[in-house]
Design a protein around this ligand. Structure first.
Ligand SMILES: Nc1ncnc2c1ncn2[C@@H]1O[C@H](COP(=O)(O)OP(=O)(O)OP(=O)(O)O)[C@@H](O)[C@H]1O
Ligand SMILES: [Mg+2]
Length: 175
């Protein structure tokens, strides 16, 4: 089974995968893109790499993968996987985390807006019928890891609990 762990920057993908790595093979897509030079250039305004997702998909298809493999990164939901797990964090929590990460005000704002508008969740749902979302706002990293393990071990059992639409920031955004 292939699993994508995706979400807006700051939702905790890399942090949670440090725990999950003890149990499952994890491919860090940012690392892979950097090591294998899978980017076509830099988006100077955003200070991010421009990645052609079809190049990424082709590269991943050639990897020799174990039975259960996790792909981690904000592009993970573009890959052909069995399960997509979207990590979410409330706009106010995300602001704190991105500040800690040293993001500029402009970059933090762009990501907080994307999170508030469910951008990654919508992209994921457009590509997969097996999307789960987990609100990490008031869960520590260990707890998020436990929830992910639950889903990986019994995807059908948890389909309803973490179904897309279960997380909603409109109260915080419009309230
Ligand atoms: N569940 C959590 N509770 C509190 N803080 C968290 C949680 N998860 C992550 N953090 C903190 O938030 C920050 C961002 O986490 P992390 O780098 O893992 O996010 P990411 O999703 O991998 O972001 P990026 O897409 O930029 O790589 C870190 O400082 C981390 O310690
Ligand atoms: Mg990361």
């Amino acid at each position: 089974m292939k699993i994508a762990i995706t979400g807006t920057p700051g939702t905790g993908k890399t942090s949670v995968c440090r725990i999950l790595k003890k149990r499952y093979p994890v491919i860090d897509l940012n690392e892979l893109i950097e090591d294998e030079k899978l980017y076509t250039g830099m988006d100077k305004e955003r200070n991010t790499k421009i990645v052609d997702t079809s190049t990424l998909i082709e590269h991943v298809a050639r990897l020799d993968l174990k039975n259960t493999t996790i792909f981690e990164g904000h592009l993970a939901h573009y890959l052909p996987v069995d399960i997509v797990i979207v990590l979410r964090a409330s706009p106010s929590e995300l602001r704190k985390r991105l500040g800690k990460k040293g993001f500029s005000e402009a970059k933090a704002k762009e990501n907080i807006e994307a999170e508030a508008l469910d951008v990654i969740l919508v992209e994921a749902v457009e590509r997969s019928d097996n999307v789960y979302e987990i609100d990490t706002s008031s869960k520590d990293i260990e707890e998020v890891a436990e929830r992910i393990i639950d889903i990986i071990e019994a995807p059908e059992k948890y389909k309803n609990r973490y179904k897309p639409g279960s997380v909603d920031w409109s109260g915080e955004v419009f309230g």
